[in-house]
Ligand binder design. Structure first.
Ligand code: AMP
Length: 302
């Protein structure tokens, strides 16, 4: 199955306790596509400004990511500036410049309308819905969001959630969205708004999945080298949906395998700044880390 993603393609400026990066390649759609493209064909919808270095996306083209839906418009590219303390789970946003995204309305190239798996990456919830109205009959729609939209466009976001089957957000976002500090109660509230599954990412503490089929807890791999958590969530979503699209199976058992594959891809994303690790990743490395995850929580009963 082919995947369609709408999201940001960005220039990020990031500071972590381990260094900083200025105006580097980022964006929710970029991280997602680079991760999902290991598993399934990906088409990107988004916009960049005339200042965007198009050659930075060459590695995605080599992985056969379809970029015909990525428009280039007069103006400046979306920019995000953030920092992390030693508690790497929480990004502090210092600045968000929507720039060309402020006036953007996605127009899907004709072949994109046929895509069966859709990922509404972190972007204005109104744009997320504009994409959905143009897709003919998707089999699976998943979405992400963040505090910027939860606080800035709560009504639009609730409308989007009605059309989403799987919501993939982090623990702070789940609490903020549901206005409920307890994660289990927050999950129940959110599942009442439309999605049939909710995946909550908890950074170095792993991921939780809530759905009718039950709850599932995946560990995160304890890593020795963590430099930049930016994009971990989108890399997770890319591994998760890429795996579901390539196996064409959305049952509970496969959803759990997909959560592990998401965790595998997130674990690579954080090992370097920007997309450097995902850019140079190989499929055998992914397989080997998937096996490591299997060992991680395995134990023999008495
Ligand atoms: P993640 O760390 O996976 O949640 O996503 C990080 C990416 O999201 C960064 O590369 C940013 O460029 C992008 N981003 C940050 N804020 C926003 C926003 N308000 N809308 C869309 N994308 C954003």
């Amino acid at each position: 199955m082919e995947i369609l993603v709408v999201g940001s393609v960005a220039l990020d400026t990031v500071t972590t306790p381990f260094g900083d990066a200025r105006e580097v390649l980022g964006g929710s759609a970029t991280y997602f596509a680079s991760s999902a493209s290991f598993f399934a064909p990906v088409s990107v919808v988004g916009v960049v400004g005339e200042d965007f270095p198009m050659e930075a996306l060459e590695f995605l083209r080599r992985r056969e990511v379809d970029l015909t839906g990525l428009e280039r418009r007069p103006g400046r590219t979306f920019r995000w500036r953030g920092e992390y303390g030693f508690a790497l789970n929480e990004a502090k946003t210092l600045e968000t410049q929507l720039n060309v995204f402020a006036e953007f309305h996605p127009r899907l190239p004709e072949p994109y309308r046929e895509r069966e798996v859709v990922f509404l990456a972190n972007i204005d919830p109104d744009l997320q819905r504009e994409v959905l109205t143009q897709v003919l009959s998707p089999r699976l729609v998943a979405a992400d969001t963040m505090n910027f939209w939860i606080q800035g466009k709560p009504e639009a976001l609730r409308q989007t959630l009605k059309q989403v089957q799987i919501l993939i957000i982090n623990d702070a976002e789940a609490r903020m969205l549901a206005e409920e500090p307890n994660l289990v109660r927050a999950a129940k509230t959110i599942l009442g708004w439309g999605p049939r599954s909710l995946i909550i990412k908890r950074g170095e503490y792993g991921a939780l999945s809530f759905s009718d089929g039950g709850w599932f807890a995946a560990p995160a791999l304890p890593l020795e080298n963590v430099y930049d958590p930016t994009g971990a969530g989108d890399a997770f979503a890319g591994g998760f949906l890429g795996f579901l699209a390539s196996t064409r199976n959305f049952d509970e058992a496969n959803l759990r395998r997909a959560v592990i594959m998401g965790s595998v891809m997130a674990s690579f994303a954080v090992e370097a700044f920007s997309l450097h690790r995902l850019q140079h990743l190989t499929y055998p490395e992914i397989e080997s880390r998937y096996r490591q995850f299997k060992q991680l929580a395995h134990f023999e009963d008495l």
